[in-house]
Design a protein around this ligand. Sequence first.
Ligand SMILES: [Zn+2]
Length: 428
Amino acid sequence: MIRPTLYNKFFFLLTFFISLSYFYSQKKFTIVLDAGHGGSDIGANRNYSDIGSVQEKNVTLGIVLKLGRMLEKNKDYKVIYTRKIDEYPSLTNRTDLANRSKADLFISVHVNSSPSKSATAQGTETFVQGPNQNKANLDVAKAENDVIFLDEKDKENFASYNPSSPESLIALKIQQSKYLEASLIIGGLVEENFVKKDKRMSRGVKQENLHVLRMNAMPSILIETGFVNNYDDAHYISTEEGQQAIAESIFNAITSYKKMVDRNVKEPEPEKPVEQPLKNDFRILLMSSPNKYTTEDSALKGLKYILTIKENGFYKYYYGTTNYASVRDNNLKTAKDAGFRNSMAISFVPNQTLGSSSYYTIEIYVGKDKLDSKSNILKTLPEIIRNKENGTFYYTYGKYKTLEKAVKAQKDFESKGITNTIIEKKSK
Ligand SMILES: [Zn+2]
């Protein structure tokens, strides 16, 4: 569901979203349409006694072909398909095609399926790239160095583009955050049309670290058009009428989005500032609880990118990391939409060293029983510290003066097979 606050953000966001490649070269607005799955990869599927077999690969192709036909009627658009028939291009083929085509927009169409047999999950959702500025993303943009289209202001700051210079890395990060903002806009428009025009249930716009979103150097969205294991959804997405309605909603969203881009490029408002990164990092505090949850626990309501910090016996669950105000605000909205009504943005000073009486340690294991001396943990970390409180054993390891070092240590443990660890802040 899209709330009015997103609209207020549009005008601000658009001042720093640009699509100069498209503007300067007067080339057509290029859209890559990606029908999910195909060929031997059927995707999500289900058999029904009345409507027969509903297969994701057929639904996605049906919607994409209908959408493509609508777009091709307008000569301003160039449409590129990752597939037009029942075949399976690999995920890398799909993103390579999009990057090579210097596309302005990437739209991937999929069908959802919920793990439970109960089929209570229903409706649409749209994914954009994850909230963390991730390395894979930057590497893609770096490899495609002529993909760097900065606006006038950025060009002054990063005039000499050299892919390996630190300044250029900052430029790339700015570019990535622009793609994310643009993806949030188009994703919001799609979900809004599903709700308002098609009277569907929307599960909102979410962030997820998916290949087709991560490896693209352009605004990209992945639309889950309905649940194959929900009877009403399955019926809707498998009919010509349902697919046509879905295609129209996506088409209308693309049209509105392109209008925004055109308006922004042709009528620049120079007095509005380009978004600058903030000094501090921001994470969304979801909740503080005496209970330890793993990322798969339903208490975290499906949110990913969770950092847990234990302090005074309470586990604090944080979502996302960013130093952009707009991304922070969106992360907060995602948290509230997920049901964390009291969540709030907390600022962290990057690489802040704790005072002499405090340090971070890693809580490796908590349990009623002692760890076996032959366990992977004790073999890997023989100097681990064991404490017993109220009949529970707590194993902790290491002392770190900054949160970043503790996070790095946690990642190292993960690579050694020690998972579900928690960072704990301790005062002597
Ligand atoms: Zn799929």
